[in-house]
Design a protein around this ligand. Sequence first.
Ligand code: PHE
Length: 348
Amino acid sequence: MDIQSQLQSLEKQLADALQNIESLQDLDTQRVNFLGRKGHLAQIMSRLPELSPEERPLFGQAANAIKTSLTQMLDERKIFMENAKEASLLASFDPSIPGRAPWNGSLHPITKAMEEVCSVFQNMGYEIVVGPEVDTDFHCFEALNMPPEHPARDMQDTLYIQDKVVLRTHTSTMQIRTMLERKPPVAIIAPGKVYRRDSDVTHTPMFHQIEGLLVDKNVTMTDLRGTLTAFLRAVFGSNTKVRFRPSFFPFTEPSVEVDMSCTQCGGKGHHKDGSPCRICKTTGWLEILGSGMVDPAVFESVGYDPKEISGFAFGLGVERIAMLKYGINDLRMNFENDARYLAQFAGA
Ligand code: PHE
């Protein structure tokens, strides 16, 4: 075939070759076949010396035009194939597949229990107060009728920061702080962290308490009983039975320990199948609060006149409330920050 017709046949040849390609790789092979250094076009050009010097420029122009046209054919095909690849990817993508739900945080069970207890008392008209975890010996002990060297101090193993400065062992400090600031009547609830020098399976050196204090004219033990019974029934259900046992606290007189019917066995001391209840150790009762009528000595230490007013105070452990309410059986779970444990309280 003469060189002219060979050149003119290249477009048709490429068009035929493109009929059979299946991949971008095939396309690349054809690009090399036609336009490569040893490709069809290059081979035709190598025959240039066969032409007379006058024919050569014209042939050169024609060859360039063919090269442009071949390049364009290859490029167009490439774009077409790339689009098809994308379209097939899109076709295999299912936009209706549900997304992955983000991880939601949840409140800690201690926080939840604390908020619930506080809200019950807020609904009864109590105001929330908070104060420092590092406090003075005066607020923590002395003003609460526990003079220095008094054996009553042995009830609480204290962590001292320095002489007369302690990590508060109870939230009763807030009784003193509030009464020093205000005149009666007072109705407060004080949630917060407290610290004691013990640590075992049932005690952590830091735990949470909620203190309550009501001071007014003619507050009696009846008010204490009614208020705490209403509170426990609000948190643990209206069938909860409550009993009051004589006890001792230096800052209340008389003092009572408040028990409620066991949340696990309903106060029976055993389960339906007759097996013994371990939560209440078969007694049917759970110790839940310390309480009492505010000791006159406490009123005197904050400048209140015990002949004019009276009041009651109580203190409860939040961990205990949370564990009973949510059926947690190991106190330490609360402090391990295991997200699998915490996530269980997301909707509780
Ligand atoms: N502060 C006491 C304790 O931590 C609890 C309590 C508070 C008792 C108020 C009576 C009145 O053990």
